[in-house]
Design a protein around this ligand. Sequence first.
Ligand code: NA7
Length: 534
Amino acid sequence: MSGNVTEELDICIIGAGFSGLYATYRLKNDYNVVCLEAGSGVGGTWFWNRYPGARVDIQSVEYSYGFDEELQQEWQWPEYFSDQPELERYANHVADRFDLRGHIRLSTVVTHMRFDETANRWHVHTDKGDHFLCRYVIAATGSLSAANSPDWPDRDLFRGDIYHTTQWPREGLDLSGKRVGLIGTGSTGIQAAPILAQQAEHLTVFQRTPTFSMPSGNRPLDRAYEREWKQDYANRRKQMLDTYGASLIAYTDVSALDCTPEEQDRILEEAWTSQKASQLLVAFVDVMTDPAANAVVAEFVRRKIRTIVKDPETAELLCPKTYPIGGKRLCIDNGYYEMYNRDNVTLVDVRSSPIVAYTPTGLRTQDASYDLDVIVTATGFDAITGAMTRIDIEGVDQQKLTDKWAHGPTTYLGAMVAGFPNLFMIHGPMTPAAQAQMITTGEWLVDWTAGIIDALERDGYARIDTTEQAEKVWADEVDTVSQYTLHRQAASWYNGKNIEGKDTGFMIYVAGFPRFAQFCTEAVANGFEGFVRS
Ligand code: NA7
């Protein structure tokens, strides 16, 4: 932790994704703010994930900023679900329009941070040799930013190219005439697969766990629909924050178990074509709480898969049977199941025969070898905690965050960790991240955090921390509400079980954004309950 201080700051923001950009905007006029970003451009998730087919799975009229009325009136989304280039363009537009660039340092990775207890300052170090002395740090590091690349042996022997989907070359890849292997069938894999199948000579999809998905129905954005949104935008943004997932879907109080099979089918058909994946999960009031209701929806999707995919063996392999629908993030696709009707696509089950090694010419599973020119790993992320634990963070009494979180994250309201004062997280562990639309809730969280900093300044405090007792109360709440749902029954990045050896427990708050926001608002209103100021 050596080196001279190169700059003194009020606030260091880590990450220029959508939350970090908004935090920079929100705080730059009142404080001396710098935003450090590892990428060579802004946009976070939408900077890194430039693989073919990368596209948001929430409608763009919702998945966009609401903080500036002129911006939301003027910006025109070409499609219902924007692709990565459009979202990156939007992030760049926002950075330019609101003069954020002067505060952002690109291609700068935060390597370690240490809290000085005497001065109440964070020492923030980067790979560029910067040493910032900061009063506050806001980690807007993203839930899905630390890539997970399984470590199979003999990677160096493979003579072809390997790309994780977050490391896709900016200039794109010419896959014509190539035998491509795609590992992973989460949201990323099922988005990339249909495009890779069109581009490659042959696509082999290596599937460990099949995914529930529904058609996005993506198409050019209907201008009348857009006008309808824009006439009522401010009101709709407020309504969004009052819904479970910060997205305007149609809720019901009808139980699946009170409907006839015909009624169930009619309701589910409507949800299937709604262009909203979450609509299937709220088609009945009890989809995520009652295994029998959940089974109705899961079976509906399996029937769709069996109808779409012509080869019965492939269809059966694609049918998820081992976890509740919605237990993992429900995907939304553009021709994923249909793709398996192409002659140049093969599905390989790596659950029954796992991948064991790279070979000079491809991959070897327990019982077969596959010749490939290009391997694409759509193997997801060290989610929720990875972006924080990859920074060497040292708090009070020289405690390391990695040690504190060795058996899973502890947080108060997902925002603070006891013993790490003046460090705030946006979309941290144990928030509704993944269950709620990230841009709108990110704006809310930034405003809430900025409000806390403003209050500390106003009231003359230099330091804010939380307590282990508050962390325990929050952990109990997160755990208790998750017991009422079926979310825990799937191995996924929600509970770290997507990564071998990751020991975290369930990391998402699943009681919905309004209840979460109420806890946050009340904590502050009740004299900073759960926080310690000095
Ligand atoms: P996900 O949803 O974590 O999917 C990763 C996929 O990679 C999933 O199918 C995994 O299988 C598979 N995987 C991971 N490791 C391996 C190994 N070792 N062998 C075979 N297959 C493996 O990540 P995504 O990037 O698709 O999506 C992340 C989020 O982005 C998504 O939820 C949306 O919110 C947007 P598994 O299911 O673990 O058996």
